[in-house]
Design a protein around this ligand. Structure first.
Ligand code: MN3
Ligand code: FE
Length: 312
């Protein structure tokens, strides 16, 4: 039977207000409270009516990948939160409450687009889920996350976070939203969708910052076995992540609607991926105290970068 030997908040340690995840929780409360139900999609509905068949198909394809992706990250996060709660890491768990709330809002926003703009009802969109997409979202992600219900080793935790935060969020969600956002904004179509995706990108930048922090903490605490597991997992899954993007563009050869460019997706994905990998490599030489400081700085930089894209 589970018992508590003490409570952190009433112990001599107290709640750590300098913990980077408590600071990110504060930020999430200020920035993560946008309401997907309040975004005006009336112009988007008009634009949709003017789209050609290939434009409708490409939009529906991307949205169906985003929609199922948001559903899977919402369904699959709980085992990680459970591990963090059982380890008594209160500040991290407090941040994660906003994480799951935000993923639920992303599900809601994508669903509004499907039902209110594209007016999809009773249609099976899984035809857009290509082999690489299935390998990640139908298999690798749920497997890595649900493994935590019986294996809570540092390596299992690290592998789960690699799949969830580095591959699914860091390469696929962030990159997909970035490319989509830029293309539609340039074409001046779908203003409600562009606005909602801008909000989702800001939430996502915090989620990925959590992942980099969490993996860095595991490396700082457990060293090389965790670092090696992280590298192996990234190398194992990166080809599937690249495959997801390639399979989208292959469906529209020779040219993707809305001027969507594969290179724009790929270059952004690789730059971001390498930046994060470098930070993880550095974590091997950091103490936890140094890691806390670096996390705060890096999170602020990443947030600024995303804000520049969204507002620029
Ligand atoms: Mn999301
Ligand atoms: Fe996320």
């Amino acid at each position: 039977m589970k018992t508590h030997s003490e409570f952190l908040t009433t112990s001599a340690r107290g709640l750590n207000h300098n913990h980077p995840m408590l600071k990110m929780f504060q930020k999430a409360k200020r920035l993560g409270v946008w309401d997907p139900a309040a975004i005006d999609l009336s112009q988007d509905r008009e634009h949709w009516q003017t789209f050609t068949e290939p434009q409708k198909d490409a939009t529906l394809r991307l949205i169906s990948l985003f929609q199922a992706g948001e559903e899977s990250v919402t369904l699959d996060l709980l085992p990680l939160i459970q591990v963090i709660a059982e380890e008594g890491r209160l500040e991290e768990e407090m941040y994660l409450t906003s994480f799951l709330f935000e993923e639920a809002k992303h599900v809601e926003f994508m669903n509004r687009f499907l039902t209110e703009v594209a007016e999809v009802r009773g249609e099976d969109l899984s035809r857009y889920h290509t082999p690489s997409y299935r390998a990640i979202f139908y298999e690798a992600l749920p497997q890595a996350m649900h493994r935590l219900t019986y294996d809570r080793s540092p390596v299992a935790q690290a592998e789960a976070s690699v799949v969830y935060n580095m591959i699914v969020e860091g390469v696929l969600a962030e990159t997909g939203y970035y490319g989509f956002f830029q293309a539609y904004k340039r074409q001046q179509v779908m203003p409600g969708l562009v606005q909602g995706i801008g909000k989702m990108m800001q939430d996502e930048s915090r989620h990925i910052a959590f992942g980099v922090y969490f993996l860095s903490r595991l490396i700082a605490e457990h060293g090389d076995p965790v670092w090696e597991a992280i590298q192996n997992k990234m190398n194992e899954l990166l080809p599937y992540a690249v495959g997801v993007v390639q399979e989208v563009f292959q469906a529209y050869e020779p040219e993707m609607p809305f001027g969507l460019e594969m290179d724009e997706f790929m270059n952004y994905a690789m730059t971001q991926f390498m930046r994060r990998e470098n930070r993880l490599a550095r974590a091997r030489t950091l103490t936890l105290e140094q890691l806390y400081q670096e996390t705060e700085q890096a999170e602020a930089e990443a947030a600024e970068l995303t804000r520049g894209i969204v507002e620029g």
